[in-house]
Design a protein around this ligand. Structure first.
Ligand SMILES: NC(=O)c1ccc[n+]([C@@H]2O[C@H](COP(=O)([O-])OP(=O)(O)OC[C@H]3O[C@@H](n4cnc5c(N)ncnc54)[C@H](O)[C@@H]3O)[C@@H](O)[C@H]2O)c1
Ligand SMILES: [Zn+2]
Ligand SMILES: [Zn+2]
Length: 391
């Protein structure tokens, strides 16, 4: 990162000019700073929304494996950071020029949205947009609306949902029906979009195709839900925790394999026993080089391995290139399920409302913001399903 934004100066001048304009707020947030994995609940200032921005009062924030990677030092981010990127809430204030949203709207936040200007966007490939600054934890104009004693604080992936309020560009807040509960809506913003999109947008799984999913946590269970809806079968869930496998069965897995202590050969034999020749698709949803590397062995000739789990920075894998090429297999990277948020979030909310995506059943724990470290500790110990912070 080359630029160091200061706390946003527009807030004070705007408030002085128009007393009815939204004021900056002092709110509580889960802050990551230094090398400790423990978050601290601290007060931060959240500016009024600038032009094209909205301020959101959070209703819920999911606890995603990607937040855990950051806390555990797997990836480097600007600090201090407000964690959380899987959030939903209510539009509390709108900035100048925002026409598509109004105060009181219920929204899901997205950590990736198309700029509509870069080459990829102009080609219609908005899911590989290069114009968003979300991965730098900055608003598109290079600023952050969050500060502490006039020093910048960076919202993770420009969302920062582990705070009572946040400011995002209007195009990063997708309106959804008010009858979708906030905890369900929050999950649409990462795990559901990622898992469902990996199946439907990236792998384009057709009915009757076989699939194996390694890792049945928040994201893996959404992959399984997507596979079930796409008509895949058999759907083989692989995990090291029995509780995760129990949930996998509830979401449509037809076969459950506890891989604890099993070799890749042993796992491959098991998958062949179930599928005949190996799976058409394999999805890794843990983020470990070792399990990503296992995927080609589980696939049939011409099968596709989809990397959804995100490993620590600089994690190479070993691949027998001769047999990989000769087997005609494909290795596919999957980021946010190649989601187009404005198109896909309302569709996913609709599938929840009709009962086709039972997202509410993913939620196994609800916590207050003060309990955020407990939620991460439970995730590290292999707790099943998704934990959600409710505000
Ligand atoms: N590609 C993307 O756009 C994207 C989006 C969101 C999350 N992710 C990544 O997906 C991964 C999973 O996230 P999550 O929120 O589901 O995490 P999670 O902790 O909820 O799930 C991980 C699951 O893997 C299981 N597991 C752990 N070690 C295992 C092993 N050796 N073998 C089999 N199973 C094992 C755990 O029991 C758990 O069920 C993370 O790396 C996260 O960063 C990627
Ligand atoms: Zn996530
Ligand atoms: Zn773009």
């Amino acid at each position: 990162m080359t630029d160091t934004p200061s706390a946003d100066p527009r807030t004070d001048s705007k408030a002085a000019a128009d007393p009815a304009a939204p004021q900056p707020l002092t709110v509580r947030a889960a802050i990551h700073a230094g090398s400790t994995s423990a978050l601290q609940i601290q007060q931060v200032q959240v500016a009024a929304p600038g032009p094209g921005q909205v301020r959101i009062r959070l209703g819920a924030s999911g606890i995603c494996g990607s937040d855990r990677h950051v806390l555990d030092g797997d990836w480097t981010l600007p600090q201090p950071t407000v964690m959380g990127h899987e959030g939903a809430g209510v539009v509390e204030a709108v900035g100048e020029g925002v026409t598509e949203l109004t105060t009181g709207d219920h929204v899901v936040m997205t950590w990736f949205y198309p700029c509509l200007h870069c080459a990829a966007c102009r080609e219609g490939r908005t899911w590989v947009c290069t114009g968003s600054r979300a991965d730098e934890c900055l608003l598109p104009d290079g600023t952050t609306a969050v500060s502490q004693n006039n020093r910048p604080v960076y919202p993770y992936l420009a969302v920062g949902s582990m705070a009572e309020y946040t400011v995002v560009p209007a195009q990063a807040a997708i309106k959804i029906p008010k009858d979708v509960p906030f905890d369900v809506a929050a999950l649409i913003g990462c795990s559901v979009a990622t898992g469902f999109g990996a199946v439907v947008n990236d792998a384009e799984v057709k009915p009757g195709r076989s699939a194996v999913v390694i890792g049945a946590g928040g994201v893996g269970l959404c992959i399984i839900m997507g596979l079930a809806l796409a008509g895949a079968q058999p759907i083989i869930a692989v995990d090291v925790h029995e509780q995760s496998l129990d949930l996998a069965e509830r979401f449509g897995a037809t076969h459950l394999v506890n891989s604890r202590g099993r070799s890749t050969e042993d796992l491959a034999d098991e998958v062949r026993r179930i599928t005949g020749e190996g799976a058409d698709y394999a999805f890794e949803a843990i983020g470990r080089a070792e399990t990503i590397q296992q995927m080609p062995a589980l696939l049939r000739l011409g099968g596709t391995a989809v990397v959804v789990g995100l490993p620590p920075q600089d994690s190479p894998i070993g691949l027998d290139l001769l047999s990989f090429a000769e087997s005609g297999q494909r290795l596919l990277g999957s980021n946010y399920g190649s989601t187009v948020p404005a198109r896909d979030f309302p569709m996913l909310a609709g599938l929840y409302r009709t009962g086709q995506l039972p997202i509410d059943q993913l939620i196994t724990q609800r916590h207050s913001l003060d309990e955020v470290n407990t939620a991460f500790d439970q995730m590290r110990s292999g707790a099943r399903g998704r934990s959600v912070i409710v505000y």
